[in-house]
Write a protein that binds this ligand. Structure first.
Ligand SMILES: NC(=O)C1=CN([C@@H]2O[C@H](COP(=O)(O)OP(=O)(O)OC[C@H]3O[C@@H](n4cnc5c(N)ncnc54)[C@H](OP(=O)(O)O)[C@@H]3O)[C@@H](O)[C@H]2O)C=CC1
Ligand SMILES: O=C(CO)[C@H](O)[C@H](O)COP(=O)(O)O
Length: 478
C-alpha cells in the first residue's frame, strides 16, 4: 500500500473531522489514537474515505506508514499530553520530520517545544485551528507559527483543507515559533467577549423586556441579516429556537447558567496584562464566566441581598430600543476586536513576530467561530491603514463608532438602572470613553503616588520639578 503523505494523532472531535477533511481533499492520511478502539470505530465510520485513511494501532506502525519527511499533526488534549505524545514519537522520527501541534496550546509551551526541537533536525509547528467540529470537517481557519521553511512544506495540504472566503484560503503563516498559537489564543479571547456581549443582550431582552426564548431568537435571526451577520449571531438564533425533547421547553431555559472554560480566554487576559495592553472586554467576559460558575454563591447572595429594587425596564418605544441593542452590540464588538488586535500588535513587537494584521483578519473571515462580515471590514481597514495604532482610529471604524456609541451608552445606562448586569458592554464603553479623552484623570493618581511613595511625576509644562509640595495648601490664586 502507498505510504501516507501526512499523519494525524488524536481522533477526538477535532482530530477525527480534520482527518476526514484531509482524506476528502485527496491526501492519504495515517491516523493513530491513544485508545485503539476509537481508531477502529473511526475507520469503520469513514465510509468511502477509507481508501485515503491508514488506521494504525501503534506509534511504530503509524510512523512507518508515513512517507518521510513526515508531517505529523497532533490534535489531542492541550498541555502535558502533547509533551507525552511527542516523547512517545521521538524514538521513531527521522531528520526533517515535522511535528505540528494543532490543539489549543499555550503559546509559551509552543515556544518551549519549538526551542527544544530546534537543533535536533526535527521541526515544530504550533498551529491554531478554529471552527469546531464543522470547521474541522469542511474547512477551518488555520493560524500557522513556525519557520517559514517548515510552512512551505505543509502549505499545500493545509491550503487544501482550510475554509475559503471568496476563493481565498483561510490559512496563513503568521510568524516564527509561538505566533500561530498566540493568534489563536487572542481569537478565543475575542470569541469570549463576543459571546458574553451576546449573552448580556439576551439578558436585557429576557429579564428587561420579558421576551421568550423564541421571540429573542427571532430578534437575533433578524440581526443576522444585517451588519451583525456572523456565525455566533446565527447560532444564537438557532440555539434560542431549539426545543428540549425532555420538557418541551426552549432548551436554553433548561440549561444551567454556569459557563465552562478551558483556558484560552484566561491566557488572553494574562498576556494582555503582561504586555500592558487593556483588553477590558475580554477581561470582563472571562470574569463573567468565573462569576457564572459560582452558582451556589450567587443563589445565596440573592437570598441575602435580593435583586436591585428597581422599576421594570423603562422603555417607551420597544422597537427603537431593540434597534439600539443591535447598534450597541456592534459598538461593543468594535471595542473587543480593537483590544484583541492591540494585544496582538504589542505581542508582535515583544516577540519579534511581525504579525500581519490584515492577514489575520483575512483568515478569520471564514471557517472560525468568530467568522463574520465584520472581519472583512477589519481586513479592509488594516489593509488601508497598516500603521494604525488602534482599529478604532481607522477612518471606517471611527465613523462606525461615532454612529453607534450613543446607542451603547443608552443601552448600558438603561441596563444599569434596571439592575441588569452588562459588564462586557459597559467595559467596551468605558474603554472608548477613556481612549478618546486626551486629558484623563491619571494626574491625580500620579499626585497620590508621589504623596505616599515619592514616586515623582512629569509636568505638562515639562519643567524640571517632579515632586509635589504636599501639605502646602493651594494659597490664594487657585
Ligand atoms: N472542540 C473544539 O471546538 C476545538 C478544540 N480545539 C483543541 O483541539 C484539541 C483537541 O480537542 P477535541 O478534539 O475537542 O478533544 P476531545 O476531548 O474530543 O479529544 C481529545 C483527544 O485527545 C486524546 N488524548 C487525551 N489525553 C491524551 C494523552 N495523554 N495522550 C494522548 N492522547 C490523549 C484523546 O484520546 P483518547 O481517545 O485516548 O482519550 C482524544 O483523541 C484540544 O487542544 C482543544 O483545545 C481547538 C479548536 C476547537
Ligand atoms: O477553540 C475553540 C473554539 O475556537 C474551542 O471550542 C474552545 O474549547 C473554546 O474555548 P472554551 O472551551 O474555553 O469556551
Amino acid at each position: 500500500m502507498a505510504q501516507a503523505e501526512i499523519g494525524l494523532i488524536g481522533l477526538g472531535v477535532m482530530g477525527s473531522n480534520l482527518a476526514l477533511n484531509i482524506a476528502e481533499k485527496g491526501n492519504k492520511v495515517a491516523v493513530f489514537n491513544r485508545t485503539v478502539a476509537r481508531t477502529h470505530e473511526f475507520y469503520r465510520e469513514a465510509g468511502a474515505l477509507r481508501d485515503n485513511i491508514v488506521p494504525c494501532d501503534t506509534i511504530e506502525e503509524f510512523v512507518a506508514a508515513i512517507r518521510p519527511p513526515r508531517p505529523i499533526i497532533i490534535m489531542i488534549k492541550a498541555g502535558d499530553p502533547v509533551d507525552q505524545q511527542m516523547q512517545q514519537l521521538r524514538p521513531y522520527l527521522e531528520k526533517n520530520d515535522i511535528l505540528i501541534d494543532a490543539g489549543n496550546a499555550n503559546f509559551r509551551d509552543t515556544m518551549r517545544r519549538f526551542d527544544a526541537l530546534k537543533d535536533t533536525g526535527l521541526t515544530f509547528i504550533g498551529m491554531g485551528v478554529s471552527g469546531g467540529e464543522e470547521g474541522a470537517r469542511h474547512g477551518p481557519s488555520i493560524m500557522v507559527g513556525g519557520t517559514e521553511g517548515s510552512w512551505k512544506r505543509v502549505e499545500k495540504v493545509l491550503t487544501s483543507i482550510a475554509a475559503q472566503y471568496n476563493g481565498e484560503p483561510c490559512v496563513a503563516w503568521l510568524g516564527e515559533n509561538g505566533a500561530g498559537h498566540f493568534v489563536k489564543t487572542i481569537h478565543n479571547g475575542i470569541e469570549y467577549a463576543d459571546m458574553q456581549m451576546i449573552a448580556e443582550i439576551y439578558g436585557i431582552l429576557r429579564d428587561g423586556l420579558k421576551m421568550s426564548a423564541g421571540e429573542i431568537g427571532e430578534v437575533f435571526a433578524d440581526w443576522n441579516k444585517g451588519r451583525l451577520n456572523s456565525y455566533l449571531i446565527e447560532i444564537t438564533a438557532k440555539v434560542l429556537q431549539a426545543a428540549d425533547p425532555i420538557s418541551g421547553k426552549p432548551i436554553v431555559d433548561v440549561i444551567l447558567d454556569q459557563a465552562g472554560q478551558k483556558g484560552t480566554g484566561k491566557w488572553s487576559v494574562i498576556e494582555a496584562q503582561n504586555l500592558g495592553v487593556p483588553a477590558t472586554a475580554i477581561e470582563a467576559a472571562v470574569a463573567a464566566r468565573g462569576i457564572s460558575s459560582m452558582k451556589g454563591e450567587r443563589e445565596a447572595a440573592e437570598k441575602v441581598l435580593g435583586l436591585p429594587p428597581v422599576a421594570p425596564l423603562s422603555v417607551s418605544d420597544r422597537a427603537a430600543f431593540i434597534k439600539d441593542l443591535e447598534l450597541a452590540l456592534l459598538a461593543a464588538k468594535i471595542g473587543a476586536y480593537a483590544q484583541g488586535f492591540a494585544v496582538m500588535a504589542a505581542a508582535s513587537k515583544e516577540y519579534k513576530w511581525n504579525l500581519p494584521m490584515p492577514t489575520i483578519a483575512r483568515i478569520w473571515r471564514a471557517g472560525c467561530i468568530i467568522r463574520s462580515q465584520f472581519l472583512d471590514e477589519i481586513t479592509t481597514a488594516f489593509t488601508k491603514n497598516p500603521d494604525a495604532v488602534n482599529l478604532i482610529v481607522t477612518p471606517a471604524f471611527a465613523a462606525m463608532l461615532k454612529e453607534t456609541d450613543a446607542a451603547l451608552r443608552r443601552v448600558v445606562s438603561t441596563a444599569v438602572l434596571g439592575g441588569l448586569p452588562v459588564p462586557a458592554l459597559a467595559s467596551a464603553l468605558g474603554y472608548f470613553d477613556s481612549y478618546r479623552r486626551g486629558r484623563g484623570t491619571a494626574n491625580l493618581i500620579q499626585a497620590q503616588r508621589d504623596f505616599f511613595g515619592a514616586h515623582g511625576f512629569d509636568r505638562i509644562d515639562g519643567a524640571d520639578s517632579h515632586h509635589g509640595p504636599w501639605g502646602s495648601g493651594l494659597g490664594t490664586g487657585a
